[in-house]
Design a protein around this ligand. Structure first.
Ligand code: TYD
Length: 138
């Protein structure tokens, strides 16, 4: 989505079923998030000081959850940047397509779960920031 902006991205509060033996949080297609999950992946063992992401997607939407630990996600639509701290397993950051994202400041043991609207497609990525700006301003 060329004309998407960072204000289209929101923190979604997930269901949290509290139980003395532990908690459960739930994500349901089309109900919790406005897309159908086609792929799940997760980042873990990210070395301290490492930065991940550094790209945008043309079509893909995502929900990003810090299921363990914490990290920051900076979103950039070519005009405005917003930074979110993800540190709760019952919150997910909904990121629409057409947004440059960078993930930083991973705590030790952090696990970044990503629910994605499409299967992996290398052609959906924009990996060069100048190309991203051209794409957005076209
Ligand atoms: P990449 O998306 O570049 O990681 P990040 O943006 O989080 O730093 O992916 C890293 C590598 O993993 C790259 O070689 C492609 C591969 N990969 C897959 O094969 N399938 C996937 O679903 C994902 C997300 C990555």
């Amino acid at each position: 989505m060329r004309d998407s902006c960072v204000y289209d991205c929101t923190m979604i509060e997930l269901d949290k079923h509290h139980h003395e033996k532990g908690n459960i949080s739930v994500v349901e297609n089309d109900r919790t998030i406005p897309f159908e999950v086609k792929r799940i992946y997760y980042l873990y063992d990210v070395p301290g000081g490492e930065s991940r992401g550094g790209h945008a997607h043309k079509e893909l939407s995502q929900l990003i959850v810090a299921v363990s630990g914490s990290f920051t996600v900076t979103l950039d639509d070519g005009k405005v940047k917003r930074t979110f701290l993800l540190n709760r397993p019952y919150q997910g950051l909904y990121v629409v397509s057409g947004i440059w994202r960078t993930l930083d400041d991973f705590s030790s043991g952090a696990v970044c779960l990503v629910l994605a609207s499409h299967i992996y497609d290398v052609n959906d990525y924009i990996r060069v920031y100048d190309n991203f700006l051209n794409y957005k301003h076209k």
